[in-house]
Design a protein around this ligand. Structure first.
Ligand SMILES: [Zn+2]
Length: 333
């Protein structure tokens, strides 16, 4: 792994390497950008660069130029995610939050002297998932971390992060990957059949991790869209809406992407459709439903999606979804 292997993020990486070469690495960064575009990889790469033993004694500029070696004890421990001074904190529990006890634990760790690192690094993946208490307990450390510590916060939802957190970090923006790049990676890494790569890359919306997930679930996804495009979309709902939380999230993501296409089809040509293979079904539904109903239904589904974590019963979510979808597929009044 090297900086050059993080694709499509030359702007963000240039800033980080400049900070390294000028020895001006910030105490706290916020890497903000869509899910699955390399934020976490870049965070671990920065942790390696800060600690690589090959750069001991080298001027900062030369070591930033060379990048971390990937071979020394420090790099190889970070690569294996087994470095005692590089900490990864991720959301936990059913509602996926980062709680105050986890932040206290990590602050306790970095208050001690490092085992082997020059810089202890805390990578906090999900800055938008910090509870308010947890965020408050972190503020002072973000501003004045212990001498050897650096924080790297990651988020795909910067607008959901507390302003007090954002203002204490230096924000680095990560971009969506291009459809062409995702298509190339899907094929070169043999993640899906070559003929599925164009469709999956269009649906991935710039996120390689989304593309990977879609590639894994591709037969099920195709089955679902075949149903969404069927003449009588309402009828298969009785069995098609899953009662399992994770499958519901996938169903919602697929349905929202589908509705977006139906709305787009009523206003433009097929080149903008993510489900280009199903353009004739999409055009037919666009004629039947109209753009406004599609947009309204998509917004309702997005709302259900947002509350998926809070609703205790997946069955309740299932019946809400059925209701929304039936309403949409009723003939226009
Ligand atoms: Zn190294």
């Amino acid at each position: 792994m090297a900086w050059s292997e993080i694709l499509g993020q030359s702007f963000a990486l240039r800033i980080l390497r400049t900070h390294l070469s000028k020895e001006r690495v910030a105490p706290a960064y916020l890497f903000a950008g869509p899910e699955g575009v390399g934020k976490r990889l870049a965070a671990f790469e920065l942790a390696k660069a800060l600690n690589c033993e090959q750069s001991d004694g080298l001027p900062a500029e030369a070591s930033a130029q060379a990048g971390p070696c990937d071979r020394c004890a420090s790099c190889s421990r970070i690569l294996r995610r087994m470095h005692p001074d590089v900490h990864l904190v991720s959301p936990q529990g059913a509602i996926e939050t980062i709680r105050i006890d986890e932040i206290r634990h990590i602050l306790g760790r970095i208050a001690l002297r490092p085992f082997m690192a020059r810089a202890q690094v805390v990578i906090l993946d999900g800055a938008d998932r910090l509870t308010e208490e947890a965020a408050n307990s972190l503020l002072k450390s973000l501003e004045e971390p212990p001498a050897s510590a650096r924080f790297i916060l990651l988020t795909s939802q910067p607008s959901d992060c507390l302003p007090t957190i954002v203002s204490r970090c230096q924000t680095i923006r990560f971009q969506r990957l291009s459809t062409e790049m995702i298509q190339r990676l899907l094929v070169s890494q043999q993640l899906c059949a070559a003929e599925a790569a164009p469709s999956i890359s269009r649906l991935a919306q710039g996120s390689l991790s989304r593309a990977r997930r879609l590639a894994e679930e591709w037969p099920a996804y195709q089955q679902m869209t075949a149903h969404l495009g069927a003449e009588q979309a309402a009828r298969w709902l009785e069995w098609a809406i899953p009662n399992d939380r994770q499958e519901q999230a996938q169903w919602l993501a697929g349905s929202i992407a589908w509705l977006r296409d139906v709305a787009v089809a009523s206003a433009s040509d097929d080149t903008l459709l993510a489900h280009a293979d199903a353009s004739s079904s999409i055009r037919r539904q666009a004629g039947e439903l109209g753009r406004d109903r599609c947009v309204d239904a998509a917004l309702q589904l997005i709302e259900v999606w947002g509350s998926l974590e809070q609703l205790v019963s997946p069955r309740l979510v299932g019946s809400l979804l059925r209701e929304q979808w039936l309403e949409l597929t009723q003939p226009a009044r």
